[in-house]
Ligand binder design. Structure first.
Ligand code: PNS
Length: 162
């Protein structure tokens, strides 16, 4: 039986930590659908279209990985695309409480979908999209923390030279 995993998130923007998890997921499951939440409460820096474009660019050489958007309940989307696994990353213990709450609620909503937690490489354990945006907005370097396309897009957003 082939196992499809969905890796959901806001990806505003995708970081090297996300990419590390996508790679790990692709090595574990038959195919991985990276799913960008389109109707988030948060006010994103990048539009959904921009996030899709950046993600598609960074996964273009990875086999069995696709990028899409979703709205509504994550488990509903997972069932719709026949994904039996939700992948979420855990960087530190502080992530665990929120992730456990979501995983158990998702399990209550659908018994067909199992959440799997993966740890990124420790180099990325302190990395987040929020910090990347903050550093970049204040003129700091995010080199090595995000893929090259994201670094360029961040500079463009902030009117900096690449
Ligand atoms: O990258 P994020 O912002 O931590 O991702 C959060 C995400 C998109 C996985 C979560 O907000 C989500 O699943 N939203 C979809 C709506 C939903 O299913 N809510 C119930 C969760 S128990």
């Amino acid at each position: 039986m082939k196992i499809r995993a969905v890796y959901p998130g806001t990806f505003d923007p995708v970081t090297n930590g996300h990419l590390d998890l996508i790679r790990r997921s692709a090595a574990l499951f038959d195919d991985v659908v990276v799913a960008i939440l389109s109707n988030t409460d948060k006010t994103p820096m990048f539009t959904v279209e921009e996030r899709v474009e950046m993600l598609q660019n960074v996964v273009k050489n990875l086999q069995h990985v696709s990028v899409t958007t979703f709205g509504g309940l994550l488990v509903g989307f997972a069932e719709q695309i026949n994904a039996s696994v939700i992948v979420r990353g855990i960087r530190a213990v502080s992530d665990y409480e929120y992730e456990l709450q979501m995983a158990l609620m998702n399990r209550r909503l659908s018994a067909k979908v199992e959440t799997v937690f993966l740890m990124p490489a420790e180099t990325y354990s302190y990395l987040s999209s929020r910090l990347v945006k903050e550093i970049s907005a204040l003129g700091g370097s995010v080199h090595g923390l995000v893929p090259a396309i994201v670094e360029r897009r961040l500079k463009r957003k902030h009117g900096q030279r690449s």
